[in-house]
Design a protein around this ligand. Structure first.
Ligand SMILES: NC(=O)c1ccc[n+]([C@@H]2O[C@H](COP(=O)([O-])OP(=O)(O)OC[C@H]3O[C@@H](n4cnc5c(N)ncnc54)[C@H](OP(=O)(O)O)[C@@H]3O)[C@@H](O)[C@H]2O)c1
Length: 287
């Protein structure tokens, strides 16, 4: 059995590798496919196969995926058009390599989700289906870490900013989604399945701000910004323009309910509750 993970050196990829190792998958059966092998030298030292592979190089990626029974295809980064281009190359490489099962990380309700980022995922899902390979789509809701990465700054300024209004997000931890990917790669019965993966509850920004206030003893407000103001604020923090625009757009759609759906699929796959708001906030405040 070989389980290949592409974009394995990123946050999610590393967590998936750790989860697989934690489940007792022998290191030599795990193949971390990365752009820069030096960045995952630690994994190679633990016996994980480390292979070079880039979504922009189809022939190289097909070589890297050859012999994989399972391929955890983690979505790429960048402007939508470039990301989709890479994903289409990757799907074709998976077909060329003849991988046994493609497990793609997608977005909730990819076909109908109004968030701009969703079109890449919708079209990638179609491309994966068109390869004719067995597939599973892991439609991940937002990571807690999207919010908690900037929590120390939010605490400093007394405000969690965004444009989601009263909109709810069914956050789960990256490690929860990683565990789901590892579970799907190591257990039977997932081929042809589309999993809507969410936290056990959906939260408003106000509820999260209240939890941060409780844990810090400082008054933290959920501040709702005009989407254009939010976009330019994110750009001011150094985010690339495409990402700032994408995140502001996402918030507008979240205000309309785009990420509010809650399912028990994630907790069922991982066999435990998903990360709670209290734990996500506490972890971020540890620094
Ligand atoms: N659901 C959510 O809330 C959410 C939030 C953010 C992102 N995402 C999506 O989920 C993915 C994984 O999240 P993450 O937190 O692990 O992101 P991350 O830490 O930024 O990792 C992204 C990975 O993509 C790799 N990558 C970028 N371009 C590539 C290319 N051309 N070929 C191969 N690999 C490439 C990077 O490789 P290098 O290490 O070589 O740079 C990196 O390992 C993201 O890429 C994004 O599509 C989801």
């Amino acid at each position: 059995m070989t389980i290949a993970i592409t974009a394995a050196g990123g946050h999610l990829g590393r967590l998936i590798v750790e989860d697989l190792l934690g489940r007792g998958v022998p290191a030599e059966q795990i193949r971390a496919v990365v752009r820069t092998p030096e960045k995952v030298q630690d994994l190679a030292e633990r016996g994980v196969q480390v292979v070079r592979g880039d979504y922009t190089d189809g022939a190289g990626l097909a070589e890297a995926l050859r012999g994989a029974d399972k391929w955890i295809f983690i979505s790429s980064l960048g402007p939508d058009e470039e990301r989709l281009r890479q994903h289409l190359i990757a799907a074709e490489a998976g077909k060329e390599a003849g991988v046994g099962h493609v497990i793609y990380t997608s977005i909730p309700n990819a076909e109908t989700n109004p968030i701009g980022f969703a079109s890449v995922h919708k079209n990638t899902e179609i491309a994966v289906q068109e390869t004719g390979l067995p597939y599973t789509f892991l439609r991940n809701n937002w990571y807690w870490e999207n919010l908690t990465a900037s929590l120390p700054v939010a605490v400093e300024h007394g405000a969690i900013i965004g444009s989601v209004g009263e909109g709810l997000i069914a956050y789960a931890g990256r490690a929860d989604y990683a565990a789901a990917a590892a579970a799907v790669a190591t257990t039977e019965g997932h081929e042809g399945k589309v999993y809507e993966l969410t936290g056990d509850r959906a939260f408003s920004s106000a509820e999260i701000a209240a939890e941060v206030s409780r844990q810090t003893g400082k008054e933290i407000a959920a501040v709702n910004l005009d989407p254009d103001v939010y976009r330019t604020t994110l750009e001011g923090f150094g985010l690339p323009a495409y990402l700032a625009a994408g995140l502001a757009d996402a918030d507008v759609q979240i205000a309309g309910g785009a990420l509010a759906q809650v399912t028990d699929t994630l907790r069922t796959l991982i066999g435990r509750p998903t990360t709670t708001v209290a734990d996500a906030v506490a972890e971020a405040l540890k620094g």
